[in-house]
Design a binder for this molecule. Structure first.
Ligand SMILES: Nc1ncnc2c1ncn2[C@@H]1O[C@H](COP(=O)(O)OP(=O)(O)OP(=O)(O)O)[C@@H](O)[C@H]1O
Ligand SMILES: [Mg+2]
Length: 313
C-alpha cells in the first residue's frame, strides 16, 4: 500500500472515500476570449431550466458596473471541468458528492464555524490540482438552484483561473487589497454561467505574496464573508509548503479543502500541510488523480478522485 493510500485509508476510517475511473483529456488549444466590460448584476434564474446560461439579452438588461464574460463551455469540457448543462459526467458526479458537506457546513452545519462560507482550496505543493478542483467545485456549487458562488483566484503569484476559463481581465484581488477605494463591483466578473462570479488575481506586483497576508486582505475577507453570507466564496490558494501566505490566509477561512495528488504527494508533505491548517474548523481532503496512482502510475491528463472528509485531529 502506497503512502497516499495509507493516508487516505486513515481518513476513510472516519469518512467515505470515493474514486472514479480514469479518463483522458485533450490539451487546451483555444486562445482566451476577451471579457466584455460593462454593467452587470446577478442574473435571474429563468424558470424551467435548472442550469441556464446567461443570454446576451439578459446581460444587456443587467445594471451595475461589473464586467461580464461569456464562458466557452466546450473549452471547459476539454479541460475536464464541470459544465452547467446538467449532462452526466464522472467529474460532475464526483464533485456533486464533494460539494455536499461543504454546503452543509456553510449553511446548515450543526457546529457554527466562523466564516463558514469562506472555503480555501489548497495543497502541499505546486501542481497538485488546486486550480482544477477549485473551478470544478465552484461550478458544481453554482449549479445548485439557490446557491451563488464567488471564485477568488488567490494564488496571486501563479494565477490560472482566467486562463482555465478562457477569459481576460486586468483588475482583481491584488488591486482591491492595495486600493480600498476601488469598488468590489468594478473588479468582479459575472459570467455566462448562472450564479458563478470570478474575482481574478489582479495586476501582478512585486510584493504580491506579502499583500495576501496583509491586514488589508484580512479586512477584505471579513467584508466578503459578511457582505455575502448566502454566497459561498472559494479561494484557489497557493501551496502551503512553498510560502507562508497560504497558512496566514487559512486563519480567516471557515473551511479548507486539501487537494492531494495521489501520484506525487508524500505522506510527510501531507502531514506538514495538514498541521498548518489544523486551527481551521473543518478540513476536507480531495485525493486527485487517484486512478493514476492505482492503475497507470504515470502523470498526465486524466482524472480520478477519491476524497475523504474529516475534521483535522
Ligand atoms: N483530475 C484531473 N484531471 C484532469 N486534469 C487535471 C486533473 N488534476 C489536475 N489536472 C491538470 O493538471 C494541471 C495542474 O493542475 P492545477 O493547475 O490545477 O494544479 P495547481 O495545484 O493549481 O498548480 P499550481 O500550484 O501550479 O497552481 C492542470 O493543467 C490541470 O488542468
Ligand atoms: Mg493553481
Amino acid at each position: 500500500m502506497s503512502i497516499i493510500e495509507k493516508a487516505a485509508s486513515k481518513l476513510e476510517q472516519r469518512t467515505p472515500v470515493i474514486s472514479a475511473p480514469e479518463t483522458t483529456v485533450p490539451d487546451l488549444v483555444q486562445e482566451p476570449s476577451t471579457v466584455l466590460a460593462e454593467g452587470a448584476q446577478s442574473p435571474l434564474l429563468p424558470s424551467g431550466n435548472p442550469f441556464p446560461e446567461v443570454s446576451a439579452e439578459q446581460k444587456a438588461a443587467e445594471t451595475g458596473t461589473a464586467s461580464f464574460a461569456k464562458i466557452d463551455l466546450e473549452r471547459l469540457r476539454h479541460a475536464n471541468i464541470v459544465t452547467p448543462t446538467g449532462e452526466y459526467s464522472l467529474t460532475a458526479e464526483e464533485f456533486r458528492m464533494i460539494k455536499r458537506p461543504l454546503i452543509n457546513n456553510a449553511f446548515s452545519g450543526e457546529r457554527k464555524l466562523k466564516n463558514s462560507n469562506l472555503i480555501m482550496v489548497t495543497s502541499a505543493l505546486p501542481g497538485d490540482g488546486k486550480s482544477f478542483c477549485a473551478l470544478n467545485l465552484a461550478i458544481s456549487i453554482a449549479m445548485e438552484m439557490d446557491r451563488t458562488v464567488l471564485l477568488v483566484d488567490a494564488d496571486v503569484s501563479k494565477p490560472s483561473q482566467l486562463k482555465l476559463l478562457g477569459i481576460q481581465a486586468e483588475l482583481g484581488l491584488l488591486d482591491l487589497i492595495q486600493n480600498p477605494e476601488l469598488p468590489l463591483s468594478e473588479v468582479l466578473i459575472k459570467t455566462s454561467i448562472a450564479n458563478f462570479t470570478l474575482l481574478p488575481a489582479g495586476k501582478p506586483t512585486r510584493n504580491a505574496t506579502e499583500l495576501l497576508a496583509s491586514e488589508a486582505m484580512a479586512h477584505l475577507l471579513d467584508d466578503l464573508a459578511g457582505r455575502y453570507p448566502d454566497r459561498l466564496i472559494l479561494f484557489d490558494s497557493p501551496p502551503l509548503l512553498v510560502t507562508t501566505e497560504s497558512s496566514v490566509l487559512s486563519t480567516h477561512m471557515g473551511q479548507v479543502v486539501m487537494v492531494v495528488d495521489a501520484a506525487s504527494t508524500t505522506q510527510p508533505a501531507l502531514k506538514s500541510a495538514l498541521t498548518l491548517v489544523q486551527h481551521c474548523g473543518y478540513v476536507g481532503l480531495i485525493i486527485n488523480r487517484a486512478s493514476h496512482q492505482l492503475s497507470l502510475g504515470t502523470y498526465g491528463y486524466g482524472y480520478g478522485y477519491g476524497y475523504g472528509y474529516g475534521q483535522q485531529a
